[in-house]
Design a protein around this ligand. Structure first.
Ligand SMILES: Cc1ncc(COP(=O)(O)O)c(C=O)c1O
Length: 446
């Protein structure tokens, strides 16, 4: 095949035979086999339908947060589908629950936690819901704070949990304004501050060391939303402030990280971690029909979701077995390569008189605007360039940024926001494609 990796399919077939052999003591049984012709023809139709997608796997797809899973994750997930384990309870997924516990412990260890409570979730939203739910249980009725550029999910989750929510203004680099935060927390009615390490829009990093200092004075919880940025703790090329923020994640009360973003996993894989395992008591519940087969921990006993795909745990476990979460390893090198790609794109954009980069990238996300005299003009140009680039197979994204993020040399603020171009350079291969991306971008702007 030309573009889509398929050599790992052979390994899947071998592994499947190995799995099958594990059940050889059972009496022979003919699984009902649906018509192979029918399956083949429907699969062909599905493939036809799936062509209606942007090419997320290709380096010229440099738009939204979309990263192909590693082949080992894809194949392990598929392998597990022959069992279809459910990690709610040990009855439904004995092996995959053990694999989830191991994989999650490795993620916690990446943040320096040996003792912790944590599990996988359906994604970042569910993981953040659990973290804020715990914060609300421990500080009932108190306010949740997050920066104005935190993911919108925090405000929505606070609404679901019936907790007051307020947004703290941002600095012109998209990070939380800690002076504004210091003023707000002094009122002593704050239950939790969400620090985002890697905002969705621009990959900005909140000043976690400062937020933790405020926690020590005022006693609120600190939840780190590292759904996007968490794995960058392994990168060797962060700037000093970002490094300092990642180095103190270990002091947070809870952390969210999404293996289905930078962890090379198929969708349906978030992760929430709590520093104090005692929060497990908040989840305590009885089930008249679930937890019978073992006295060992059933993951459903410490999670708000019930049924969850054991296959997600198998895929994550296999990926971390092949690519351990260690600084200096192959997985870490992939993150550093993505960040290098962003630094290189930002450098080339900044050197050109055509473009304006309001602030340098902290991770692997670059935002920029075409140079123009007004915010309206820059916005119209961004939209046009975005469309023209896509027509030439360069897929970028768009983002509204406050006009105040641009310095005096930026466009005149005739409207509040500037529509900017945005690129998420998640694939390590992106670092070899910046020249091609720039060429197509300049062509789209010409
Ligand atoms: C920082 C951050 N938090 C939370 C979320 C929500 O995660 P999910 O889409 O997995 O529910 C995202 C998604 O982009 C994110 O970037």
């Amino acid at each position: 095949m030309k573009h889509l990796e398929s050599t790992s399919l052979g390994a899947l077939e071998k592994a499947l035979r190995n799995l099958d052999a594990g059940f050889s003591a059972l009496p022979a049984f003919e699984a009902s086999t649906p018509s192979a012709d029918g399956i083949a023809s429907v699969l062909m139709e599905a493939a036809e339908r799936l062509r209606d997608n942007y090419p997320y796997f290709h380096p010229l797809y440099a738009g939204q947060m979309l990263k192909p899973p590693h082949p080992v994750a894809r194949m392990s997930y598929a392998l597990a589908m022959w069992i279809n384990p459910n990690n709610h309870a040990l009855d439904g997924g004995r092996a995959s629950s053990a694999m989830e516990k191991e994989a999650v412990a490795q993620i916690a260890a990446m943040f320096g936690w040996q003792k912790f409570l944590g599990h996988l979730t359906g994604g970042g939203t569910m993981a953040n819901l659990e973290a804020l739910w715990v914060a609300g249980q421990l500080h009932p009725g108190k306010t949740i704070l997050a920066s104005a550029s935190a993911h919108y999910t925090h405000q929505r989750i606070s609404g679901v949990l019936k907790l007051p929510f307020e947004a703290i203004p941002t600095n012109p680099d998209g990070s939380m304004d800690c002076a504004a935060l210091a003023q707000r927390v002094a009122h002593d009615d704050i239950g939790c501050v969400v620090a985002t390490l890697g905002t969705t829009g621009a990959g900005s990093i909140d000043a976690l060391p400062e937020i933790l200092r405020l926690r020590d004075r005022f006693g609120f919880r600190v939840h780190v939303d590292a759904a996007y940025g968490g794995y960058f703790t392994l990168a060797d090329n962060l700037n000093t402030a970002a490094r300092a923020a990642f180095d103190c994640v270990t002091q947070a009360d809870s952390i969210v990280i999404d293996p289905h973003k930078h962890g090379l996993q198929p969708y349906g894989c978030g992760c929430v971690l709590f520093r104090d395992p005692a929060v497990g008591a908040l989840y305590k519940h009885d089930s008249p029909y679930t937890y019978f087969s073992s006295k060992d921990l059933h993951l459903g006993e410490i999670s708000l979701e019930c049924s969850r795909p054991g296959a997600a745990a198998v895929a994550l476990w296999a990926t971390q077995r092949l690519l351990p979460l260690v600084a200096g390893g192959e997985f870490a090198a992939g993150l550093s390569a993505s960040r290098n790609a962003a630094l290189e794109l930002a450098r080339r954009l900044s050197e050109s008189s055509e473009w304006i980069v309001p602030f340098p990238p902290e991770l692997d996300i670059v935002v920029w605007a075409p140079r123009a005299s007004t915010a309206s003009e820059a916005s119209a140009r961004s939209q046009q360039i975005f469309e023209r680039a896509a027509a030439n197979y360069l897929h970028l994204a768009l983002i509204q940024l406050p006009a105040r993020y641009f310095s005096h040399s930026g466009p005149e603020a005739d409207r509040e926001n500037v529509l900017c171009l945005r690129s998420v350079l998640m694939k390590p291969e992106h670092s070899g494609w910046i020249h091609e991306i720039m060429t197509r971008l300049n062509l789209a702007a010409s």
